[in-house]
Design a protein around this ligand. Structure first.
Ligand code: CA
Length: 228
């Protein structure tokens, strides 16, 4: 069963999400506070995607996300944001989240986002025991791990997928639309901005100097390229 955790303090919104995810075939665990969400994740270690509201009475959604990520890089995390929240601030604070959905959202949009993340959260078995080596990086597609100079770099599932896409396309300029299609899937409803958010974070983890990236280079007005 594909398990999803929904953290939302407003019961009407929570029910709306839960009903629609159940209708889409997910098993849903509910939490109305950050503390409860963390507790339930301890009990249900097989939750593969968590939807986290940001504005909560106790610890906020960002803090919940941070605490989850401290021990779990595998789970997919989607932040639920309000229209009134300034997006630049939100994306800047999205230190461990894979995606965000802006309220109000349609059931179709929500399930498409969860589906996309579910596909990437270790659901599908990799086809072969394979290593992609491009010095100083080594990507293991079986364990879904990345090493740089022999040191493991902790990646979220989205970051791993982006890294794999780049390493499979060395030297090729990829448009942001192409990256969105390749990593998030064609049925993804989200904005292109999510590509930049994830790449900015990936650079912090893999570049020698993130302000002057040399591995993931920007192709101005187009997208990104792996290598020179
Ligand atoms: Ca709330």
């Amino acid at each position: 069963m594909k398990k999803v955790l929904v953290l939302e303090d407003e019961s009407s919104i929570r029910s709306f999400i839960v009903i629609n995810l159940r209708r889409a075939g997910y098993e849903v665990i509910e939490a109305e506070s950050g503390e409860e969400a963390l507790e339930k994740l301890q009990q249900h270690k097989d939750v593969r995607v968590a939807l986290l509201d940001i504005m909560l009475p106790g610890i906020d959604g960002f803090e919940v996300c941070r605490r989850i990520r401290a021990t779990n890089t595998k789970i997919g995390i989607i932040m639920l944001t309000a229209r009134s929240q300034e997006m630049d601030k939100v994306t800047g604070l999205m230190t461990g989240a894979d995606d965000y959905v802006t309220k109000p959202f349609s059931p179709a949009e929500l399930t498409a986002r969860v589906d996309a993340l579910m596909r990437r959260s270790g659901g599908a078995a990799e086809t072969a025991d394979e290593e992609l080596r491009q010095e100083p990086f080594l990507l293991n597609t079986r364990n879904r791990t990345l090493e740089k100079n022999g040191q493991r770099i902790k990646l979220t599932q989205m970051e791993y997928s982006i890294m794999r896409m780049f390493m499979e396309n060395p030297g090729k300029a990829l448009s942001r639309e192409e990256i969105l299609d390749l990593v998030w899937g064609r049925d993804y409803f989200g904005e292109l901005k999510i590509v930049d958010v994830n790449i900015r974070r990936l650079r912090l983890k893999i570049e020698d100097n993130p302000t002057n990236p040399t591995y993931i280079t920007t192709v101005w007005g187009y997208g990104y390229k792996w290598g020179f």
